[in-house]
Design a protein around this ligand. Structure first.
Ligand SMILES: Nc1ncnc2c1ncn2[C@@H]1O[C@H](COP(=O)(O)OP(=O)(O)OP(=O)(O)O)[C@@H](O)[C@H]1O
Ligand code: SF4
Ligand SMILES: [Mg+2]
Length: 310
């Protein structure tokens, strides 16, 4: 197993109260697979990612990477794991230092991880080619590249220290639709050629279907459903997933569709609804839903769902 996350919690104390951003999240990611993590804005996807790579200290649960418990590892002990697990960010404009050249940006992790200096230039050229750029572009600054090219530089940087796992936090959301598929295809090719493991975060279920081996659906800090990609799309169980999928565009416009709209806005993570947190918006809610304690349970062949009524 590459990554095991067990009961992970992370909250933030703010002037308006405690935000329960990640509220007991458990999943595993096997070597070489892609786990898709989807959910509406604010459901806790980025906080989950940032806690796993220990940009935040977890408030509960465990993070096991490559068999090592890194939940409370010190910064010094984390360094070798940082090399093995890298993150790609949503905004290729904000995540690259505008005062560094592409080459310097890609070289920086090599310095941090003590890769011999005489290898750096060759490695930068190789990485630029790997992400579809050329070595002459190493001397250019981020503003001289397009959005898609900047994301390619971000990916080259993430690959610079030869990681085993990439956590991709909405890596294509900020890009033009025409560019999105190119970046996804490139990430798939890189996964295959380098044997990488991915946690791939997206807003939208349609974005992760193709790339993911399995998909986890998150709502207000919890995973409500987790299943193999095809299984989840063809046989969604949780009423939240069913609603999300009913609004995903289908290729055949004449196909019979039954859109199940979600009522209202996503509730605040400061005062989340009691019981099943989805009960305020659930088309199938029963009176007892505000009292029960939903837990992910296996509904058969690795299809996990937290609603006890499906
Ligand atoms: N540093 C922070 N301080 C306080 N609250 C935070 C912090 N980071 C995140 N939150 C809150 O935690 C919740 C989860 O946020 P998070 O960014 O993880 O969501 P997300 O699923 O990544 O959303 P998006 O799809 O918009 O990126 C939100 O309510 C957010 O306001
Ligand atoms: S537990 Fe109740 S509110 Fe929650 S998803 Fe199931 S039916 Fe809906
Ligand atoms: Mg996010």
């Amino acid at each position: 197993m590459m990554l095991e996350v067990d009961g992970l919690t992370k909250y933030f104390d703010t002037p308006s109260g405690r935000v329960h951003s990640v509220d007991g999240v458990s999943f595993t990611v096997s070597k070489g697979e892609t786990l898709g993590l989807v959910g509406e804005s604010g459901c806790g996807k980025s906080t989950t990612a940032r806690t796993i790579i220990r940009l935040y200290d977890p408030d509960g649960g465990r993070i096991i990477f490559g068999g090592h418990d890194i939940t409370h590892a010190t910064q010094r002990k984390l360094l070798p794991f940082r090399r093995r697990m890298q993150m790609i960010f949503q905004d290729p404009y904000a995540s690259l230092n505008p005062r560094m050249t592409a080459g310097e940006i890609i070289r920086e992790p090599m310095i941090i991880h003590s890769i011999p200096k005489d290898e750096h230039t060759d490695r930068v050229s190789h990485l630029l080619k790997l992400v579809g750029l050329n070595s002459e572009q190493a001397g250019r600054y981020p503003h001289e590249f397009s959005g898609g090219q900047r994301q390619r530089i971000g990916i080259a940087r993430a690959l610079a220290a030869e990681p085993e796992m990439l956590i991709c936090d909405e890596p294509i959301s900020a890009l033009d639709v025409s560019i999105q598929a190119q970046i996804v295809n490139m990430l798939e090719d890189l996964q295959e050629s380098l044997g990488l493991t991915y946690l791939f975060i997206a807003h939208d279920l349609s974005m992760v279907r193709h790339i993911s081996t399995r998909v986890a659906v998150m709502y207000l800090g919890n995973i409500v459903e987790l299943a193999g990609s095809d299984e989840l799309y063809t046989r969604p169980l949780h009423p939240y997933t069913v609603s999300l999928l009913s609004s995903v565009p289908v290729p055949d416009p004449t196909a019979q569709r039954h859109i199940i709209p979600l009522k209202g806005e996503i509730p605040s993570a400061i005062n989340p609804p009691s019981g099943c947190k989805f009960h305020t918006r659930c088309p199938k809610a029963k009176p007892e839903c505000s009292q029960l304690r939903p837990e992910l349970s296996d509904k058969g062949s690795g299809h996990f769902c937290s609603c006890p009524f499906v």
